[in-house]
Design a protein around this ligand. Structure first.
Ligand SMILES: [Zn+2]
Length: 336
């Protein structure tokens, strides 16, 4: 079937003209480079449609968490979206996704989003990413780790830079006929807009990493000025036999093979909700830039699966209104 690319810049590298690009800043250490490496564009593709429409409903928390981060914070988050060019119908469908995240994600700081109903290039349905990155700020859980501003603000318990939205999401208005904007599940021939936005915001919230393969050589760390940097996501990725990818030599064949074989996201939080196992990430051979590594595995979490939101493709008639326990556990691991 005809395939279209839904570009969801998982973080940071917004290249569209007419909008300011991401900025990066270091709160401490004057020697920190101001031009931080950024993970590349991630894509969400239109995948095969399920044999019949699927619907993953929003799950309501059974009971307040008794331990961990959730116990320390007030549940939920406050989001402010700055809409540009949206019709009321499209804006309502976008806001529906924001409202889901506001119920699901707890943040110590407001989360701000610039949402643009835009004329994007052909085949691009949407793109999103943080406007700002932070490294080695007060409250950072990991050194030399490039955080999306939304996580950094949460860890600092304040908005570090209130002058810019934390996340920018652009939807291609040229594809309006393909989208289903309603609150009800999408019919078999439509792409659910709210699911799309929910997915895109997920990349802006942290589903982004440096892992990539080029000419068979793999890397997870990005080196600049002699210093290696990771994203929060990169700290938790492992090989099929459980070793952290960060232990492998940068630009090595061995790491390239691992990135195209089995990659998992391993943390105590993930294991706690996944039967003691790490989460399986999408890691086909050959490596698919934009899809591999920063998405959950499509085959392991197919349409209708409670954890299918952050897989690399979305079928028509596939409606997902919950991030899923695995994604929430991954975010918890990364600092949320
Ligand atoms: Zn994606």
């Amino acid at each position: 079937m005809k395939r279209r690319i839904l570009s969801c810049m998982a973080a940071m590298a917004i290249t569209t003209t007419g909008l300011s690009g991401p900025t990066a800043s270091a709160q401490q250490g004057e020697s920190e480079p101001q031009d931080l490496p950024v993970p590349g564009m991630k894509t969400l593709q239109i995948g095969p449609s399920p044999t019949k429409p699927t619907y993953v409903r929003e799950q309501v928390a059974k009971s307040p968490a008794k331990s961990g981060r959730a116990a320390r914070a007030v549940a939920g988050s406050y989001w402010k979206v700055y809409y540009q060019g949206f019709t009321p119908e499209v804006q309502a469908a976008f806001q529906r996704a924001v409202d889901i995240w506001s119920r699901k994600l707890t943040s110590n700081a407001p989360i701000t989003v610039a949402a643009v109903w835009a004329d994007l290039p052909d085949k691009v349905l949407a793109q999103a990413g943080p406007n700002e990155l932070q490294v080695n700020f007060a409250g950072a859980e990991k050194r030399n780790t490039i955080y999306p501003a939304s996580i950094a603000n949460h860890l600092q318990r304040k908005q570090i830079d209130g002058t810019r939205p934390d996340i920018k999401v652009m939807l291609n208005k040229n594809y309006a006929p393909d989208f289903h904007f309603g609150a009800d599940p999408a019919p078999a021939d439509k792409v659910d807009f709210t699911t799309t936005v929910l997915h895109e915001l997920g990349h802006g919230l942290g589903s982004a990493g440096f892992g990539t393969v080029s000419k068979g050589l793999g890397r997870v760390k990005t080196v600049i000025g002699g210093q290696s940097y990771l994203t929060p996501f990169d700290h938790f990725t492992t090989t099929g036999d459980g070793g952290f990818l960060t232990k492998h030599a940068t630009n090595s064949v061995a790491l390239g093979n691992h990135l195209q074989w089995i990659v998992k996201f391993d943390s105590p939080q993930v294991r706690a909700v996944n039967g003691g196992e790490p989460a399986r990430l999408y890691s086909p051979r050959p490596f698919e830039p934009g899809s591999s590594y920063t998405h959950l595995d499509e085959n392991t979490y197919p349409a209708g699966n409670p954890n299918s939101l952050m897989t690399p493709s979305l079928g028509r008639g596939e409606t997902i209104r919950d991030p899923g326990e695995l994604t929430m556990a991954m975010y918890d691991s990364m600092g949320w």
